[in-house]
Design a protein around this ligand. Structure first.
Ligand code: TXA
Ligand code: MG
Length: 314
């Protein structure tokens, strides 16, 4: 993998969150290949994955103390820090912006690769633009085979959802993407308020940014709405992702497939994309997902579900 990356090739790599599509961040030609392989607009900046917090100053400038405090508390781990970029960093990787997202991933094999390469790895999630992020090497191959030099198989991702992104470039500290590290955890380390983007709630037609989508239409419903929906359609063609053990009411309805999702947040997050991917392979007419709790602890899950869901037909 290191040899391929040195030669300017693309290698999909495991992280604890999702698989990344990596190129040497110091090589603009290699980074350009990422945009082509993903069919991603060139103005969308990429996260640079570094070996440890000591590398920050090679990539960022005007680094506030808060960055080091968060790095000590959460790196290696699912937290991306948005900082002002260092003058020498090429603009290809930042999508033309003067800021840069940096993260130390918590995956031993990947950190070994980054250290051996002696650079940073530009790596967005290893999915085609707007599709589901892969959490296994198999999923990477299913969507990017032929467009990458290799995938480094590091097993299933343990966290399973993309990192929390925190903007440290202004006086107010702001979460740009909710993720596994919560606002409460950040505030506890920083001792100051952290601004959270507006909470994503239920799927409202027209009020949704499409992203992270499975091929099969996905609808998120409360338990009662789920039962009602199944009673009014050809339920045998619908796949169901129940929240915990399916209720007896649900078990009485014949469905295409019914999967019990974990009720523990971390366990839920770690299998969510995998389950959606597996259901896609089975080609049901739709996936009906029983809504998980709407609490702050579940914010990242609800955020991704909101983006993965299709607008309701009526
Ligand atoms: O967990 C993760 O963050 C995964 C793994 C592979 O590290 N990566 C990931 O990358 O999710 P990507 O490209 O799929 O999402 C990164 C997000 C994008 O929405 C991008 O716009 C934002 O981070 N981002 C990166 N650099 C930025 C910058 N300089 N300014 C604003 N947003 C930035
Ligand atoms: Mg992505």
């Amino acid at each position: 993998a290191v040899r391929l990356l040195r030669n300017g090739e693309l290698v999909a790599v495991p992280t604890e969150t999702v698989y990344g599509l990596a190129a040497d961040a110091r090589n603009p030609d290699a980074v350009m290949k990422i945009f082509a392989a993903k069919d991603r607009p060139r103005s969308h900046p990429l996260i640079v994955h570094v070996h440890n917090a000591e590398c920050l100053s090679q990539w960022a400038s005007d680094i506030p103390d808060a960055a080091y405090a968060l790095a000590v508390a959460f790196w290696p781990g699912p937290l991306t820090l948005l900082l002002k970029k260092a003058p020498g960093v090429n603009c290809t990787v930042t999508g033309g912006l003067d800021t840069i997202g940096l993260r130390v991933p918590d995956h031993a094999v990947l950190r070994h690769v980054i250290e051996a390469l002696g650079s940073g790895l530009a790596a967005p999630s290893a999915n085609p633009h707007k599709k589901l992020s892969p959490t296994s090497a198999q999923q990477v191959m299913a969507c990017l085979d032929g467009k990458i030099a290799a995938v480094l198989d590091g097993g299933n991702c343990t966290v399973g959802l993309e990192s929390t992104i925190v903007d440290l470039t202004t006086d107010e500290i702001r979460i740009l993407r909710s993720g596994p590290i919560t606002r409460g955890q950040l505030e506890a380390v920083l001792g100051q308020p952290v601004i959270l983007p507006q909470q994503h709630t239920m799927a409202v037609p027209g009020n949704m940014q499409v992203h992270y989508q499975p091929h099969t239409p996905l609808h998120i419903l409360t338990h009662q709405a789920l039962i009602t929906a199944l009673q009014h359609c050809d339920s045998s063609r619908c796949a169901v992702l129940a929240f915990g053990t399916p209720s007896s009411e649900l078990r009485q309805i014949p469905v295409h497939t019914c999967i019990a999702m974990p009720q523990d947040k971390q366990a839920y997050a770690s299998v969510l994309y995998q389950r959606l991917y597996e259901l896609d392979q089975l080609q049901p007419a739709c996936i009906l997902l029983e809504q998980p709790p709407q609490t702050e602890a579940w914010l990242d899950v609800n955020d991704r579900l909101g983006k993965a869901a299709s607008p309701l037909a009526n």
